[in-house]
Design a protein around this ligand. Structure first.
Ligand SMILES: [Zn+2]
Length: 214
């Protein structure tokens, strides 16, 4: 199974998406995308990235060259609103794809929990151009994540904070691991608890040595 992780718009092209406070939607999307890939490197999931020079249609064509029905394409975006007053994270899925509806929900809930951004929920595709071209024309399951409003003060502070920015990527990769590589999640948890046991053993040995010296 392949998971295509796409940074919305064109980091190295004309369409930068929303532009605000010295950054662009395309740039922030690339940061999240690359961090998601990094988080998934040692997992059994096969991640394919988009080409930053391609526009929406060429990106869809590129995905469709290799995408199989069971694959998933995740398109990462940031939002903007005319009055700069909307905030929160949301996702769009194709109305006929309930698997993507539940994946979208998990991702949005987790991003909201990890970052504190408002949870705007998930929405089936409507006929907004561009936004749904991606959902309609990819040969595999697809969803669009809008990871907060770039032009909103609160969201912008979160998006431009390196730690919280990584938390957005961590939310996405954690959900993908738990859903599509659960054995890996279990192994990681086991390793973490083993490390904790070892750390406690070392500490208690140190403590015993101290007590003996008293
Ligand atoms: Zn966008």
């Amino acid at each position: 199974m392949n998971i295509f992780v796409v940074a919305g718009h064109q980091y190295k092209g004309k369409d930068k998406g929303a532009v605000y406070a010295g950054t662009t939607e395309a740039r922030q999307a690339v940061e999240v995308r690359d961090e998601v890939q990094k988080n998934l490197l040692d997992t059994p999931l096969n991640i394919e990235l988009d080409d930053d020079t391609l526009n929406l249609q060429d990106t869809i064509n590129q995905i469709n060259k290799t995408a199989k029905k069971d694959d998933i394409a995740i398109d990462i975006h940031f939002n903007a609103s005319p009055e700069h007053n909307a905030d929160g994270v949301e996702a769009f899925y194709h109305s006929s794809n309930l698997e993507m509806k539940s994946l979208a929900k998990l991702i949005v809930n987790t991003i909201s929990t990890f970052t504190g951004m408002r949870n705007r929920g998930v929405k089936p595709h409507t006929d907004i151009p561009n936004r749904n071209g991606y959902l309609k024309y990819t040969n595999c399951s697809a969803l669009i994540i809008e990871c907060g409003f770039l032009d909103n003060k609160t969201d912008n502070t979160i998006i431009l904070n390196p730690i919280l920015d990584d938390a957005i990527a961590k939310a996405i990769s954690d959900v993908l691991i738990h859903r599509y590589a659960p054995e890996h999640a279990v192994k990681k948890a086991e390793n973490a608890s083993q490390e904790l046991v070892e750390a406690i053993k070392t500490k208690s040995n140190e403590l015993n040595q101290l007590i003996e010296k008293l």
